[in-house]
Every structure is written in structure tokens, then in C-alpha cells.
Design a protein around this ligand. Structure first.
Ligand SMILES: Cc1ncc(C[n+]2csc(CCOP(=O)(O)OP(=O)(O)O)c2C)c(N)n1
Ligand SMILES: [Mg+2]
Length: 339
């Protein structure tokens, strides 16, 4: 283990680079919603509001070494792990060069072999079983010092697959870090209608692992809790369940109208706690970064997303002759490795 991984705080470079990724993720999110309104991206799902949780997680992950089994909300996480705005826009616009699936999957099924990001299934909670199976395979193969990270919403904790995954991880004390991005809603269903206790973290005890509630809008709190949990997993000391309390600032997806189940005053109250604004304040007050530096980061993010949009727009869709490629069960689909 590296000493800096368990340092009691984060260095300025970590926070500045995390802030840059958070701003970039929000700029990609803004663009996705515009493209959806223009009919140029058929399905989009937001990560706005979850950036501190997701980028904080990434600060504890060694990209390309640890395995990450994310869920559809995790655009800021995969950006922090090294995917680019262009990768994400190719994916959202269904282009042949989409690194996630060659334009086959709905937006939100992130994947990258090089970064060990494993594509999820659309069935809520089912990817946790994949994460635990992966950790079991690492154990059987005698691998050490690799952690598996998987993330999900609080609604997913009501699924049978969630229970099965945590049961097996607890029985075998597998090297998995489970991260709940607890945002109070599963589309329109509020927390109390799907989780019988106030904190998802309380459930951990029933599965033989520690659970911890974390302020999911506080980048540093998430990163430090993740580093402790990852150190446990890498030392083969067992799994951890972290519950990062946060809020999504936009509708669930472009097929959702959140005004039907969330009061504007509630959304506004959380907008006032925007994790990006908060991280910017930390940079200025605790690390002495000038406001002009933050303005420059925002400007660069916008320019990068503009260029990525132009690139993705110009990229061709999959050729009809390739329709059976990368599809499970077909000869063409078998063994056709994507990056
Ligand atoms: C088994 C299953 N049931 C329902 C859905 C439809 N669905 C997709 S996302 C979602 C909400 C899940 O909420 P949560 O786990 O809290 O994550 P969040 O979207 O809030 O981040 C639902 C119900 C699905 N994809 N799979
Ligand atoms: Mg939720």
C-alpha cells in the first residue's frame, strides 16, 4: 500500500484534478441533454449532482488495475478513470467507434477493457453479482492486491440480486467495495418506499461487513472513505459497504419528468449544495486556488466538449453489414474484442 493512499487529507493536485473532471462531467451532461432535446441522442441519463461521489471513488481506484463494475449513473466515474468526452458522446450518439459497444448499447452501459470497466446489464442490481463473481475468480486465481469496485443506487438494494451478491461477498470475505450512490429516489419512488431503514449502510452488518455513511457531496470525505475500503480489499481483509448520500439534480433520464414527484423547493435546496460549487470553494479557501483558475477550467471543459461533439457527430454509425458483430451467441460476436 502506498502511504499517500491513507493520508488524512488530499493534496492540492488530487483536488484540482478531481475538480477538473467534475466540471468536465457536468459539461458532458449538459451536452447530452441538449443532444437529447435535438433528437441526436435517443436516451440519456444524468450524473449531475453525483460528481463528488463518483470522482471521489476514482481517487482511490488504480485505473486499469482494479476492476470497476459501474452502473448507468456513473459517467463522471468513467471519465475520472480515463474515458474521454468523445468516448461518451460516441456512445450516446450510437456511433461505430463507440468504445463501450460499437453503437449497440443504450447510453449508460460504460465499458473499457483497458481500464477494466465492466459493462453492466440493464436489470437493476444484477451487475453486483458480476462484481462478486469477478472477485471470487481473482481469489481462486490467487491474485492479490486487486480490488473490485461496484456502485448502485439505494433502490437497487431492494433487489434479490443485491442480496445474493452481498451474501456471497460476506461469506467468502471477498475483496469488493460496494458503493451505494444514495440519492433518495429510484426514479419516482422515494427512499422509504424501497429501503426499510434510514441508512443503506445499516444493512452491512447482516452481510458480515462494515458499513459507513459518507457525505456524497464532499469529494474529500468520499475519497478518504474509499481509500480505507480499498486498502481493506487489497489487503484481503474483506468487503465494505459505503453509502454516499447525495442527490441527482436532473430528472432520472430524458424519459422522466421529475416535477411529478419532487417539489421544486427540494431540488433548489440541493442545487444550493452542488458538489462542484462546494469543491470549488474548498479549492479557494483551503488550498489557495485563485477564482481565475476555476474559470479557466470551466472554459476548457466547454471547449473540449464542443470538439468532442463535432467529432462524434462526424463519426459514422455502425454499418448494417456488421449487425451481428459484438452480439452474444453469434459466430461474429464470439472473440471480437473491443477496447
Ligand atoms: C429489475 C429492474 N427493475 C426496474 C428497472 C427500471 N429502472 C431503471 S433505473 C431504476 C431506478 C433505480 O434507482 P436506484 O437504484 O436508486 O438508482 P438511481 O437511478 O437513483 O441512481 C429503475 C426502477 C430496471 N432497469 N430493472
Ligand atoms: Mg436512487
Amino acid at each position: 500500500m502506498h502511504d499517500e493512499e491513507l493520508a488524512p487529507t488530499l493534496c492540492v493536485d488530487d483536488v484540482l484534478s478531481a475538480y477538473t473532471t467534475m466540471v468536465l462531467a457536468r459539461a458532458v451532461d449538459d451536452r447530452l441533454w441538449q443532444l437529447s432535446r435535438q433528437g441526436r441522442a435517443h436516451f440519456v441519463i444524468t450524473s449531475a449532482g453525483h460528481e463528488a461521489t463518483q470522482v471521489g471513488m476514482a481517487l482511490a481506484i488504480r485505473a486499469g488495475h482494479d476492476y470497476v463494475v459501474p452502473y448507468y449513473r456513473d459517467m463522471a466515474l468513467v471519465l475520472a478513470l480515463g474515458q474521454t468526452p468523445r468516448d461518451l458522446l460516441l456512445h450516446a450518439m450510437g456511433r461505430a467507434a463507440d468504445p463501450a459497444s460499437g453503437g449497440r448499447q443504450m447510453y449508460g452501459h460504460f465499458s473499457s477493457r483497458a481500464r477494466r470497466i465492466v459493462s453492466g446489464s440493464s436489470s437493476v442490481g444484477s451487475h453486483l453479482v458480476h462484481a462478486v463473481g469477478l472477485a471470487f475468480a481473482l481469489r481462486i486465481g490467487g491474485e492479490r492486491d486487486i480490488a473490485v469496485v461496484t456502485s448502485f443506487g439505494e433502490g437497487a438494494t431492494a433487489e434479490g440480486a443485491w442480496h445474493e451478491a452481498l451474501t456471497i461477498a460476506g461469506i467468502h470475505q471477498l475483496p469488493v467495495v460496494f458503493v451505494c450512490e444514495s440519492n433518495q429516489y429510484a426514479i419516482s419512488m422515494p427512499h422509504h418506499a424501497e429501503v426499510p431503514v434510514a441508512d443503506v449502510a445499516l444493512k452491512a452488518a447482516g452481510y458480515g461487513m462494515p458499513g459507513e455513511v459518507v457525505d456524497g457531496n464532499d469529494l474529500r470525505a468520499v475519497a478518504l472513505a474509499m481509500r480505507r475500503a480499498m486498502a481493506r480489499a487489497r489487503a484481503d481483509a474483506g468487503p465494505t459497504l459505503l453509502e454516499c448520500k447525495t442527490y441527482r439534480l436532473r430528472p432520472h433520464s430524458n424519459a422522466d419528468d421529475d416535477r411529478r414527484y419532487r417539489a421544486p423547493a427540494e431540488v433548489d435546496a440541493w442545487r444550493a449544495r452542488d458538489p462542484i460549487t462546494r469543491c470549488g470553494q474548498v479549492l479557494m479557501h483551503d488550498y489557495g486556488i485563485a477564482p481565475a483558475v476555476l474559470a479557466q477550467i470551466a472554459e476548457q471543459a466547454r471547449a473540449e466538449v464542443d470538439q468532442a461533439t463535432l467529432d462524434a457527430d462526424a463519426a459514422p454509425p455502425p454499418h448494417p453489414a456488421t449487425i451481428t458483430e459484438h452480439v452474444f451467441g453469434t459466430a461474429a460476436g464470439r472473440g471480437s474484442g473491443r477496447r
